[in-house]
Every structure is written in C-alpha cells, then in structure tokens.
Design a protein around this ligand. Structure first.
Ligand code: HEM
Ligand code: HEM
Length: 179
C-alpha cells in the first residue's frame, strides 16, 4: 500500500495528490488569466474565478510547502552529480517561490485598482494596498513576468521528467505517478 508520507525513494500519496491536483488547477488558471475581461473585476465572472482560484493556489502552495518540509525528499538516482542535484531541487523550490509570489502580485493588481479580492465569496482578502495607478502597473508587470517564468519552468520540468523516463530510464517519473 502506498504510504501517506514520502519515503527516501518515493513520494507518498499526499505529495502526489498535491502535485497532480495542482497541475490541473494551474493549467485552468493560465487559461482563465488569458481569457477574462477587464470589466470582470467584480463578481463571479471569469475574472472572479481567476482571482478566487489564484487565492486557493496561494493557500495550497503554503500548506504543500509545510508538508514538504515535514517529509523526507526522495533521493535522486545514484550517480546524480552535485550540480544536477542542486538544479533539480532548485527548480522545485523555484515553483514554490513563483506560485506564492504570482498570486500575491495578482492580489496587488486588484487592490491597487481599488477592487477587493474574494475567495469564492467565502472570505475577502484583507485590503492592504491603497488605490494607485503606478502600483497597479508595477504589480501587473510583475504578475506577467512571474506567470511567464512559471510557464517556462513547467516546460523545463516536463522536459526533465521525460528525459529521466525515456533517456536515463530511471525511476524519477514513476515515483511521482499516481499508480
Ligand atoms: C498562481 C496563480 C495565478 C496564475 C498562474 C495567473 C496567471 C495569469 C495569466 C497567465 C494572466 C494573463 C497574462 C497577462 O495579461 O499578463 C493573468 C492576468 C491577470 N491576473 Fe493572474 N494568475 C494567478 C493569480 C492571480 C490572482 C490571485 C489574482 C488576483 C486576485 C490575479 C489577477 C490577475 C489580473 C488582474 C490579470 C489581468 C492582467 C493584468 O492586469 O496584468 N491573478 N494571470
Ligand atoms: C507537466 C507535467 C508534469 C510532470 C510530468 C511532472 C513530473 C514530476 C516528477 C517526475 C517529479 C519528481 C521529481 C523527483 O523525484 O525529483 C516532480 C516533482 C515536482 N513537481 Fe512536477 N511535473 C509536472 C508538472 C508540474 C507543475 C505544473 C508544477 C507546478 C507547481 C510542478 C511542481 C513540482 C514540484 C514542486 C515538485 C517537487 C516535489 C514536491 O515538492 O511536491 N510539476 N514533478
């Protein structure tokens, strides 16, 4: 039976559920980001969903990071170089940084445009930024840069997973798969 927690050579089901569940949510979030209209800043149009799901991602990423910190990180295959190990773990940590910074920048856009961010009407994110066009522009630039960086990091990450599976033929992809 698959364990709840990670072991030294495989991910447990909590980490796997976070990984593949968030993959779907993040893809949806990219689609929403490119498809909602500016007039949807209020209410539950596509914009409302983009903001709500963004806040959900922020919360999940923090919970997921705490879970990761309390678990062993599965060891890389034998013979992995030091630089490669730093690269692999560095890219994973970068995902946590980007996917926390990205929704924060998003919240900053909405608040500095004078709006407020609700998560599915369950609660409203406390307003900490005053209405100011210059902050909105800065936050928007950052949101765009973080979103693009996340996109390219995912491409690289996907490429490395395929490289491990089909070229190096090690267990790196298999130990993250749900089955
Ligand atoms: C991890 C979560 C998020 C991802 C992956 C994401 C992704 C994107 C993408 C791809 C765009 C379109 C690209 C662009 O126009 O620059 C976009 C636009 C936007 N997002 Fe997000 N977003 C996230 C979270 C949030 C959150 C939490 C908010 C606000 C509460 C937000 C607010 C906005 C706004 C206002 C825009 C319109 C464009 C702009 O003013 O710069 N986003 N997002
Ligand atoms: C595109 C399809 C994807 C594939 C095939 C894939 C594959 C993998 C594999 C095989 C691992 C284990 C690596 C190891 O054992 O060292 C892993 C870990 C990880 N992946 Fe992905 N991944 C994908 C998408 C994503 C996305 C969209 C994110 C963005 C959040 C992500 C974030 C992570 C993180 C943070 C880890 C480290 C483990 C953890 O902290 O839970 N992956 N991925």
């Amino acid at each position: 039976m698959m364990s709840l927690k990670n072991t030294d050579n495989s991910y447990g089901w909590v980490a796997k559920t976070f990984h593949w569940g968030m993959l779907i949510i993040i893809f949806g979030q990219f689609w929403l980001g490119g498809n909602f209209k500016n007039e949807e800043y209020q209410g539950m149009g596509l914009g409302g969903y983009h903001f709500s799901i963004g806040v959900l991602i922020l919360i999940l990423m923090i919970v997921r990071f705490i879970w990761r910190a309390k678990n062993p990180v599965p060891e890389l295959p034998e013979g992995t170089g030091k630089l490669q190990a730093i690269g692999a773990h560095g890219l994973h940590i970068l995902f946590y940084i980007l996917l926390i910074a990205l929704p924060i920048a998003g919240i900053a856009i909405v608040q500095s445009k004078g709006g407020s961010v609700s998560m599915f009407g369950l609660f409203t994110v406390p307003t900490v930024l005053a209405k100011a066009e210059t902050s909105a522009e800065l936050a928007s630039t950052l949101h765009g840069i973080f979103a693009k960086s996340t996109f390219f990091a995912v491409l690289l990450h996907f490429g490395m997973a395929m490289f491990h599976n089909f070229v190096k033929k090690d267990n790196v992809l298999r130990r993250m798969l749900p089955w």
